[in-house]
Design a protein around this ligand. Structure first.
Ligand code: DGL
Length: 257
């Protein structure tokens, strides 16, 4: 088979990475996609780094066995735990990770602080600390760990009272400061963007790294002459480690949201 016709693999701890795959689909509607969500083992953010690294390697091996031509680790947590080791193990495969989109937030150059919502692991790991180091003199950056938020989204709960209460409690303590923007440093969170906007008001920019990550896999595939040149519609396969039918139903719902 022509390598250019092979699918692009996406991986996340659960359904969150679909927020990234959606952006890729808009950019590259003629590619084929295989999405693997590890909802059985989610959330990753409360596991040890070694556990997340092992789960991520297993997922990548699975996608490679399915014949993908490139892989997007559409999970900030898995990226911080494993992306460097993965690139060393598979130097010839384009592997793109995701990190909190701090750069575009800083470049907005707005008055006020930048809140970074992410899992505790993402915020603790070296990758994020390096990112903080790079921008700490340019903006006041406040990390906001959000344990428990992934679980709402995994249950298909994006707009209900419960998730609103959770976000209210989380964001309440920043009521007295000026907020320039909020960075969604977890791929699940774009699915609660409306609720965050409702709480903070629609003047605050809410930024995620989905589009930038999709552009990056496109760039990497182009460099390796792996972009599909056929004029056709995308073929999408979604696989999840949880064998609950609701999880697959939720995945397709999120993809079309
Ligand atoms: N979507 C994952 C991320 O971007 C969620 C991690 C988790 O399962 O805790 O970090």
């Amino acid at each position: 088979m022509d390598d250019r016709r092979r699918p692009i693999g996406f991986f996340d701890s659960g359904v969150g990475g679909l927020s990234v795959m959606k952006e890729a689909l808009k950019l590259m509607p003629n590619e084929d996609y295989i999405y693997f969500g590890d909802s059985k083992n989610a959330p990753y953010g409360i596991r040890t780094v070694d556990e997340v690294r092992k789960l991520t390697f297993d997922a990548v091996d699975f996608l490679l066995r399915k014949g993908v031509k490139g892989i997007v680790i559409a999970c900030n947590t898995a990226t911080s735990a494993a992306v460097e080791a993965l690139r060393m193990e598979y130097p010839n495969i384009p592997i793109v990770g995701i990190e909190p989109a701090l750069k575009p937030a800083v470049e907005l150059n707005k008055e006020g602080s930048i809140l970074i919502m992410a899992t505790s692991m993402t915020l603790k790991e070296k990758k994020f600390n390096n990112l903080m180091e790079r921008y700490k003199d340019k903006a006041n950056i406040i990390p906001v760990p959000c344990p428990g938020l992934v679980e709402f989204i995994e249950e298909g709960n994006f707009e209900g009272q419960e998730v609103e209460d959770y976000l209210h409690n989380k964001l309440n303590e920043y009521n007295d400061i000026e907020i320039a923007s909020v960075v969604l440093g977890c791929t699940h969170y774009p699915f609660v963007k409306k609720t965050i906007s409702k709480i903070l008001g629609d003047k605050i920019d809410i930024i995620d790294g989905g589009y930038g990550t999709a552009k990056e896999i496109q760039r990497r595939l182009r460099i390796q002459n792996l972009l599909n040149d056929e004029d056709k519609e995308a073929n999408i396969e979604i696989i999840n480690s949880s064998n609950k039918k609701e999880v697959l139903d939720l995945s397709y719902k999120l993809l079309n949201m």
